[in-house]
Design a protein around this ligand. Structure first.
Ligand code: HXC
Length: 275
């Protein structure tokens, strides 16, 4: 069975002097992505709505890594908030090299249980949030000849049931990855995506893992936050200097074998109420 990579794969200081801005960096996958970047020398700013959780995460990561991480509370749906996050980052650290657009909302919802507002909410957090944050930060990233990673998902590759809201947001995010790669490439900025598979011990997996079986993953294990962290370090590193416009699927092959055990019952007689 495949093992999880350690944090020692890449050289320690490859991001010394660089600055990362990460939305959703207070928890789960994006926290792991941030911590890995800091372990390799970057300074970081994490952004999300819940101020207390965010500040605690920044403290814990600083203690664990000995690096500098600050928390800026904000809602990626609000232009004023993303502009404030950029301002705070530049005031504190002087530049922005890397941006991770990771803030996302999701839940399982059969079509008839998905309200107008629920669909719009996820599109606004995931898609508009990705646009807003990048719009606010892009001139700084161009100055630094930096790079962007958009966190995506494989949900729409196979039309995953109960996930049309997140799937369509991520499909549009993948489009932005390509548009920005083309438009920002001549400025020296690379833009890529990472589409994580099922990652253990995350809110996403707790909420979305209904009926999921590890045996359906070709590599025969759950993903670990480290799997995504290592891919992040690679895509931001000079080793990926000619890679742009790509969404890297990091899922042990899971999307190619989407065995929904309860299909079609789950679409013909879906559960009522919120899942
Ligand atoms: C149906 C739901 C729902 C649910 C919320 N809504 N949860 N509908 N089932 N479980 C509806 C609400 O009823 C409301 O519609 C609308 O969505 C907005 O909800 P609010 O709570 O008012 O909005 P908000 O406070 O902005 O928060 C929405 C949210 C939050 C971000 C979706 O509920 C949430 O889930 N937060 C956790 C973030 C999270 O899950 N992160 C991990 C993402 S993992 P009405 O009509 O009632 O007004 C991920 C990975 C994907 O993205 C791929 C993995 C493989």
């Amino acid at each position: 069975m495949a093992s999880v990579a350690t944090t020692q794969v890449f050289k320690q200081d490859i991001f010394a002097g660089k600055v990362l801005l990460c939305t959703g960096g207070g928890s789960g996958i994006c926290r792991g992505m941030t911590e890995a970047m800091v372990r390799h020398g970057a300074k970081a700013v994490i952004v999300s709505r819940s101020k207390d959780k965010l500040e605690q995460a920044a403290r814990e990561m600083s203690q664990a890594t000995g690096g500098e991480i600050i928390a800026v509370a904000g809602d990626v749906r609000k232009p004023a908030d993303v502009e404030n996050a950029v301002k705070q980052t530049v005031e504190r650290f002087g530049r922005i090299d890397f941006l991770i657009n990771g803030a996302a909302g999701n839940f399982l919802a059969p079509f008839q249980n998905l309200s107008y507002n629920a669909f719009r909410t996820v599109i606004e957090i995931d898609l508009l949030g990705t646009f807003n944050m990048t719009k606010a930060a892009v001139e700084h990233i161009k100055q630094a000849k930096g790079a962007i990673i958009n966190v995506s998902a494989t949900l729409y590759y196979t039309g995953t049931p109960y996930q049309q809201h997140a799937g369509s947001a991520k499909a549009a995010i993948d489009a932005l990855t390509k548009h920005w790669a083309v438009e920002l490439g001549p400025h020296g900025v690379r833009v890529n995506g990472i589409a994580p598979g099922p990652i253990g011990n995350t809110v996403g997996m707790d909420k979305l893992g209904l009926g999921f079986e590890v045996e359906s993953i070709p590599m025969q294990r759950m993903g670990d936050v480290q799997d995504i962290a290592q891919s992040t370090v690679f895509l931001f590193s000079e080793g990926a200097n000619w890679i742009t416009g790509v969404t890297l699927v990091v899922d042990g092959g899971q999307w190619m074998n989407p065995n929904y055990i309860a299909y079609p019952a789950m679409v013909l007689t879906p559960p009522q109420g919120k899942l």
